[in-house]
Design a binder for this molecule. Structure first.
Ligand SMILES: [Zn+2]
Length: 246
C-alpha cells in the first residue's frame, strides 16, 4: 500500500518562494507568486491499494493476500458440503492440505513425541495418507462404504481420490451430494477414533466404526436436507434410494 503525496511539489515550491522573497525583496516575491498562480492544478493526496488495479481498498483482496501469506497457495480447490456441519468441512480442508496434527507432521514441526507410529496399527509412521488410506485398522471402511452404496472404490486409493470419490460414481446429482457427505463423515469418524486412541481414557471399538458412520451421517444429512425426511430402513440397505421415495 502506498500514499500518493501529490501536493509535495507545491509544498516545496511554496517553501522556496518564501525564501526567495526574503532574499531578493517583495518585487521578486510578486513574480514568484504570479508563477505559483499559473502552476497546473495538482490532485489532492490519496491512498492507493496496490493489490487492486483500481487502487481502491477491498476487504476481499486484503483477505486473499493474508491467506496467501499465512496459508500458502496449495493449488487445492476448496470443497464444501452443506449436508454436514462446518467442523467436518474444515477437517476436510485441512486433510486435503495435509494440515492435520498427525504424529509425523508434529515431528516435522520439531515437537518431541514418544512415538510417531500410527495409533491405529502401531506399525507404520502416522502420516495423513497412512491414516486415511493405507492403515489396516481404518482402510477397510472404504470397501464397506463401496459395498453399502453399490459403487466401486477409486481405482487408485489416495486422500485426494477418496475426497473426490463421489464425483466419479454413477449416481444422480443429489445422490452424489449425499454420498459425498457420507465420505466426509467417514473421514471425521476415522479422525475421531484416532484421537480417542491417542487421548481417550477408554479405547474405542474399531469394529463399530462403520455402523457409527451410517448412524451419524443419517442424523446429520436427514436434519439438513430440505427435500423431506429419509427412510432409516432404506438408508441401511440402499442409501441412494432412502431419500427418493418414502
Ligand atoms: Zn496405521
Amino acid at each position: 500500500m502506498v500514499v500518493r503525496l501529490n501536493n509535495k511539489a507545491a509544498d516545496v515550491w511554496s517553501t522556496s518562494s518564501a525564501a526567495e522573497a526574503c532574499r531578493y525583496g517583495p518585487q521578486t516575491a510578486d513574480v514568484l507568486a504570479s508563477k505559483k498562480q499559473t502552476a497546473p492544478m495538482i490532485p489532492p493526496d490519496r491512498y492507493e491499494w496496490e493489490l487492486e488495479g483500481s487502487g481502491a481498498y477491498l476487504v476481499a483482496s486484503a483477505r486473499l493476500h493474508i491467506d496467501s501469506v499465512v496459508l500458502g497457495d496449495s493449488g487445492v480447490m476448496t470443497r464444501w458440503n452443506k449436508l454436514v456441519p462446518r467442523k467436518l468441512n474444515i477437517l476436510m480442508w485441512r486433510v486435503l492440505r495435509d494440515r492435520i496434527p498427525t504424529r509425523l507432521n508434529l515431528r516435522d514441526k520439531g515437537i518431541d513425541l514418544h512415538s510417531v507410529l500410527c495409533p491405529g496399527c502401531d506399525v507404520i509412521g502416522e502420516s495423513t495418507r497412512h491414516l486415511f488410506v493405507t492403515c489396516i485398522a481404518f482402510s477397510p471402511i472404504w470397501h464397506r462404504m463401496a459395498m453399502w452404496w453399490g459403487v466401486p472404490t477409486p481405482s487408485v486409493l489416495s486422500v485426494d481420490a477418496l475426497v473426490r470419490w463421489a464425483d466419479g460414481v454413477t449416481l444422480n446429482r443429489e445422490a452424489k451430494m449425499v454420498f459425498d457427505a457420507v465420505i466426509i463423515v467417514a473421514f471425521w469418524n476415522i479422525w475421531s477414533v484416532r484421537n480417542k486412541l491417542v487421548f481417550g481414557s477408554e479405547k474405542p471399538r474399531k469394529d463399530e466404526m462403520f455402523d457409527d458412520i451410517r448412524i451419524v451421517s443419517y442424523f446429520w444429512i436427514n436434519n439438513r436436507r430440505r427435500l423431506g425426511k429419509m427412510s432409516w430402513d432404506r438408508w441401511l440397505i440402499s442409501p441412494h434410494l432412502a431419500y427418493c421415495t418414502m
